[in-house]
Design a protein around this ligand. Sequence first.
Ligand SMILES: Nc1ncnc2c1ncn2[C@@H]1O[C@H](COP(=O)(O)OP(=O)(O)OP(=O)(O)O)[C@@H](O)[C@H]1O
Length: 251
Amino acid sequence: MSRLDITHLTKSFGALKVTDDVSLTAEPGEIHAIIGPNGAGKTTLIAQISGQLASDSGRIALDGRDITGTSMPDRVHLGLARSFQITQTLPGFTVLENVALAVQARHGSSFRFWAPVATEAALNDAAMRALTEAGLEHRAEARASALSHGEHRRLELACALATEPSVLLLDEPLAGVGGEDAEAFVAALAAMKGRFTMLLIEHDMDAVFRLATRVSVLVYGRIIATGTPEAVRADAAVRAAYLGEEEEASA
Ligand SMILES: Nc1ncnc2c1ncn2[C@@H]1O[C@H](COP(=O)(O)OP(=O)(O)OP(=O)(O)O)[C@@H](O)[C@H]1O
């Protein structure tokens, strides 16, 4: 069963059809990237999937369960985590404390019955595991306010992972992140490949083609191709609509 199964999703703003009959899946352990030129409808699609925006028609299922009409908090609770939008980090708290709070938000009721010391140890252990996944364990004791922009993004990633999501929506994780920070982020995601299911929207094509298991290309709200990075790169329609232009522009 697909972790995420989206069928015939649509959304219009007035006369403008921004999401036009989009169907796609995220299979267990895959990183499915969605790419497309500016204005293709990527942000709108992610907003529909996360529940921020209601769809006009179509169906969204998470682990086989229809979540089309559910609220954004309900989707998070059911295991759909959207990084960078839902996470509010606390700048005066340490990195570890921030992630421990995210763990507690997920497991609040089960941790409550434990003795306080054991509770704290268990929370910190779970938080350290998420921090290690995000490649940020060496910053556990730093205050969140002391992190670089790229480190902060990885803290948000760790907070999202701490909720043990079924599917993680990553909306332009590398936006505004440069150099070593970007490299560290991509390395952290690459190391997670196969173990977490992710839908990735990202403008950095090098990162997309390095990370993605499958790539879908969105143009004017429609998916014009879905396949392995190699197949999509070689697709004539994709080259004509998008990649060719990008490569020519950067040549
Ligand atoms: N709330 C809105 N009302 C009207 N039009 C909208 C609204 N939100 C988005 N649009 C339009 O829908 C289209 C798709 O926008 P969207 O932001 O989803 O594209 P995108 O692929 O994420 O673009 P980018 O890569 O530039 O972030 C654009 O033409 C945009 O102007």
